[in-house]
Design a protein around this ligand. Structure first.
Ligand SMILES: C[S@@+](CC[C@H](N)C(=O)[O-])C[C@H]1O[C@@H](n2cnc3c(N)ncnc32)[C@H](O)[C@@H]1O
Length: 382
């Protein structure tokens, strides 16, 4: 299939992180949805040719057209505890259940879901188990991986769980783990991956899931790779800063005073430079970040908009344009939204560069073969 003929729908579209990745790949976004008014304003302004429906997806799921690729950075909602004994929970009535209904109805060849890191560990793994279980029940072959934006040329420590589903039959191959990753695991593990009969029933896992894995027909195999930290060149925060930032982004005098109650630490944690730390909890002092590492995870919550940075001898918060650059969006992508709302829109978004890597691997069949000649098909279907 040529990329130009591939169509996609973007659920929970926000400001179009998946959309930008798909545009770069020549994939046509034909339908998008989000409940948020500002996200709708930004999306409609930036991507005029796409049909964007604003509102609760649960009321508009019947409008989703046929498509080849479904993408969704869906909100994380707790599932009900019914069925806990079986190691999974009940997603009925949740937004995830709506995604499952749409996949069931539309049967796209591929999907890519994005969520927070915590998805792997919530409710002692039951939450993620429920997700894998439901998606494999639809007949998809799944692969998931925890990815970090800083490995995709962005100056941000942002870990996200990505799940991809493909309509292929079981083959011992994958998209999200490269040859380089598989070199870090033993031959014994490689051979185990190829033996579907030895995969673990999802319902029996009962703990946090590893950072990479495959799932099929209610069974999975997962590994936490030792190291994929330095695979991609890391941009640092100093590389994306704006020059001549005006004074409204500076710390207030009050804040400067409170800074005196902070502890100087000057260290790097998760590649983030920390210059001062809060002393004695949130009421005393401040955490102040430096610019020689990457930014901490940008979020959508208001208090974090005031994250404090020490930038070339000045104490200030980041600008909305710097937020856009840290996430890999065009500088003025959200210009129609009020200044302070832009932070939340960027903070909520998926970094296009990260999902570009994922979708490119799937669409352009960049497959890592685990063992090309293993008779797994026979083991499964024979
Ligand atoms: C994590 S954000 C996804 C952001 C998006 N991937 C991007 O790049 O901007 C989740 C989105 O789901 C939307 N949302 C939450 N509940 C919804 C619902 N019931 N129907 C449709 N969209 C919803 C929110 O408005 C938010 O934009």
């Amino acid at each position: 299939m040529k990329n130009k003929t591939i169509t996609t729908v973007e659920l929970f579209a926000g400001i179009g992180g998946f959309r930008l990745a798909c545009d770069r790949l020549g994939i046509q976004t034909i339908w998008a949805n989000d409940i948020n008014e500002l996200a709708a304003t930004v999306y409609r302004d930036r991507f005029r040719e796409t049909e964007f429906v604003r509102g609760d997806i649960q009321s508009f799921k019947h409008l989703v057209p046929n498509h080849n690729l479904l993408t969704a950075g869906f909100p994380c909602q707790p599932f009900s505890s019914a069925g806990k004994k079986q190691g999974i929970t009940d997603p009925k009535g949740t937004l995830f259940a709506t995604i499952v209904e749409i996949l069931h109805e539309k049967q796209p060849q591929f999907f890519v879901l994005e969520n927070v890191k915590r998805l792997l560990s919530m409710d002692a793994g039951r939450h993620f188990g429920t997700i894998l279980h439901a998606l494999t029940e639809l007949g998809y072959f799944l692969e998931w991986r925890l990815l970090n934006a800083m490995h995709f040329g962005l100056p941000q420590y942002r870990e996200r769980t990505i799940i991809v589903g493909t309509k292929k039959s079981f083959t011992p191959s994958c998209y999200l783990a490269t040859d380089e990753d598989l070199c870090t695991v033993s031959d014994r593990i490689l051979s185990e991956i190829t033996q579907f009969q030895n995969w673990w029933p999802i319902t029996k896992h009962g703990k946090k899931f590893p950072t990479w894995g495959l799932a099929y027909q209610k069974k999975f195999y997962g590994i936490t790779f030792k190291d994929f930290q330095n695979r991609f060149p890391t941009k640092r925060l100093k590389d994306v800063l704006q020059k001549d930032v005006d004074a409204r982004f500076d710390f207030t005098e009050d804040t400067q005073k409170r800074l005196l109650q902070s502890t100087k630490v000057n260290r790097f944690y998760n590649s983030v430079e920390i210059i001062y730390n809060q002393k004695g909890g949130s009421r005393m002092g401040y955490t102040v970040f430096g610019i020689h590492g990457v930014a901490p995870t940008l979020t959508s919550t208001t208090s974090r908009h005031y994250e404090r940075y020490s930038i070339n001898g000045r104490f200030r918060r980041l600008t909305d344009v710097e937020y856009a650059r840290i996430q890999g969006f065009p500088d003025h992508h959200c210009h129609l939204a009020p200044l302070y709302d832009r932070y939340a829109l960027y903070g909520n978004a998926v970094p296009p560069a990260m999902v570009y890597w994922v979708i490119d691997r799937i669409i352009n069949q960049k497959i890592t073969k685990i063992e090309s000649n293993f008779p797994v098909q026979m083991a499964l279907f024979g």
